[in-house]
Write a protein that binds this ligand. Structure first.
Ligand code: NAD
Length: 482
């Protein structure tokens, strides 16, 4: 028996206190939405978890009105130091309830407990701690004296890091003095609804944070089109981002768009190859590849291609796919049936267009949505799998001979969100990084996040930055963004 065959040690769901039904959270109260209720299921088991009511246009109006009143009467009048205290309190409650949040996120999203426990939840708390520290120091943000907040921020988030994306958006907005109406993604509303409870626990004044579950086409659209919104922060697909940009064009609503990506992970022949292999795995198989900044294109120097692939597939054979609540699980479930179909559809073009497929040989559970880690070699830059965002555990491998060719291939994408460079030569690292058109570039690592570090894209990956001082500026009148 290998050490990987220990019995499963699943994290218990008994610590969860999921309600059978959730309403909308408006003005610190739970109210029923006027839209149709929908059921949230667990992607790893397809078990029904709870029902949620949906916000329609009138509910959106109610929430924006509550956020406006809270802004005018309370939040914008409060000192930065006072606002900061609320944010610190929220951060501490997230830490206290960390285990519960980790289990909830894993059940609702399908990602491994290892990740929610060690990445999603601690980082979400870190984001609140970081921006809590800024709340009374806005004069030092380099944006002039007394920078002004914007008013009501509408925030729309995707399903891949539900709590973390909420933290990325809510923490800087509140620190800067804005109030919030947030719409979580259809398939993953749970931790946003639990976050509403955290706001109550923290004693946050009514109306400062409002949470509206619902479909993008109904709740999301109504929120974007509401005239009372001063700022829209959207993270999601490039196609919806475009639609939102069109609908606010000509208005004075500020907009931040964090969209898709097709990150290049560039491995030079002088790299520490075992470390690079870990970085390649982290780059594309972390969170089942449901990562906007995933390293979904591996660009490997031709003379080490075979060796890297050999080490990569050997290492992948030690990964475990299955029950995401099992602490040993590395690869969890795909978030939804719809996303699984998208992955199949794009990946199936791989062989048809001449690439060679390698799939991890592993057992797939009977229930739920699963996709075994897959690698395509012999990929041409023009292939669909090299161009389209798959948003799943699928790696496309391309080769290069010279640093200049690596840069050209890496930049040959409509996206420009992330890239990784693996080399032991510092001068090469700096020269190549300088030439890449990507908002985030990792040096000998991948998919590392820090609240102090700005994050965002070039080209069709969006505009504006989240994180750091820049993320704060996006919620201030003199800030960056559009
Ligand atoms: P999506 O665009 O379908 O949905 C994102 C959110 O927008 C959801 O809450 C959805 O309900 C809402 N929405 C959908 N249509 C809308 C509309 N017409 N008006 C207003 N809101 C609407 O994207 P998704 O499938 O949930 O997420 C995956 C995408 O998000 C990928 O492309 C990924 O790269 C991107 N993403 C980007 C970042 C980043 O920081 N750049 C981070 C995570 C995910």
């Amino acid at each position: 028996m290998s050490f990987m065959e220990y019995a499963a040690a699943p994290e218990s769901t008994s610590i969860l206190n999921i309600r059978p039904h959730y309403g909308l959270f408006i003005n610190n109260e739970w109210v029923e939405g006027r839209g149709e209720s929908f059921t949230s299921i667990s992607p790893s088991t397809e078990a029904e978890l709870f029902t949620v009511s949906e916000a329609d246009g009138r509910d959106v109006d109610r929430a924006v009105t509550a956020a406006r009143a809270a802004y005018d009467k309370v939040w914008s009048r409060m000192s930065g130091a006072e606002r900061g205290k609320y944010l610190f309190r929220i951060a501490r409650i997230l830490q206290e309830r960390a285990r519960e949040f980790a289990v909830a996120e894993t059940v609702d999203n399908g990602k491994p407990i290892k990740e929610t426990r060690d990445v999603d939840v601690p980082l979400a708390a870190a984001w609140f701690f970081y921006y809590a520290g800024w709340a009374d120091k806005l004069d030092h943000a380099g944006l002039g004296a007394n920078p002004r907040s914007l008013g009501v921020a509408a925030q729309i988030i995707p399903w891949n890091f539900p709590l973390l994306m909420l933290a990325w958006k809510v923490a800087p907005a509140l620190a800067a003095g804005n109030t919030v109406v947030l719409k979580p993604a259809e398939t993953t509303p749970l931790t946003a609804l639990m976050f509403a409870e955290v706001c109550q626990q923290a004693g946050l004044p009514a109306g400062v944070v409002n949470i509206l579950p619902g479909k993008g086409s109904i709740t999301g659209r109504a929120l974007v089109e509401h005239a009372g919104v001063n700022k829209i922060a959207f993270t999601g697909s490039t196609s919806v981002g475009r639609e939102i940009a069109r609908s606010v064009a000509g208005s004075d609503t500020k907009l931040t768009l964090e969209l898709g990506g097709k990150g290049a992970n560039i491995v030079f022949d002088d790299a520490a190859l075992d470390q690079a292999v870990e970085g390649i795995i982290q780059g594309i198989f972390f969170n089942q590849g449901h990562v906007c900044c995933a390293g979904s294109r591996l660009l490997v120097q031709e003379n080490v291609h075979d060796e890297v692939l050999e080490r990569l597939t050997r290492r992948l054979a030690t990964l475990r796919l299955g029950d995401p609540l099992d602490k040993n699980t590395d690869i969890g479930a795909i978030n939804s049936r719809e996303q699984l179909e998208t992955i199949h559809r794009i990946a199936n073009t791989g062989e048809a267009e001449g690439a060679e497929r390698w799939t991890l040989d592993c057992a797939i559970p009977d229930k739920g949505f699963w996709y075994a880690p897959t690698i395509f070699t012999n990929v041409a830059a023009s292939n669909t799998i090299a161009r389209d965002e798959i948003f799943g555990p699928v790696l496309s491998v391309l080769t290069f001979r010279t640093p200049a060719e690596a840069v050209t291939k890496a930049n040959n994408s409509p996206y420009g969100l992330s890239a990784g460079i693996w080399t032991e030569k510092a001068s090469r690292m700096l020269t190549v990084a300088d030439q890449l058109r990507a908002g985030v570039i990792w040096a000998n690592t991948f998919n590392k996040f820090d609240p102090a570090s700005p994050f965002g894209g070039y080209k069709e990956s969006g505009y504006g930055r989240e994180g750091g001082r820049h993320g704060l500026a996006a919620y201030l009148a003199k800030g960056e963004g559009r």
